[in-house]
Design a protein. Sequence first.
Length: 94
Amino acid sequence: MSAPLLEVRDLTLHRGSRKILDAVSLDLAPGETLALVGESGAGKSTISAALMGLADGAQVAGTARFDDVPDLLALSEKGRAVAAREGPEPPAAA
């Protein structure tokens, strides 16, 4: 089994004293599809926003490794744009 393309560990997000996300963890393997399913207000869009660095004014903690980027959450806005533009490495030929 190959390493996950996206590996999120203990993603937590606070807005002030209010905890919005609490220790979310997930793996996404190359070629795999992931669906975040839940009721309105469950945090689906907030997870995506936190991973993309778009959770303005929120305190985000945890780690998110994407392909060769060791911690997506620690990147600057410019660093995230570069990682998104370059994308993951294509799979090696079998």
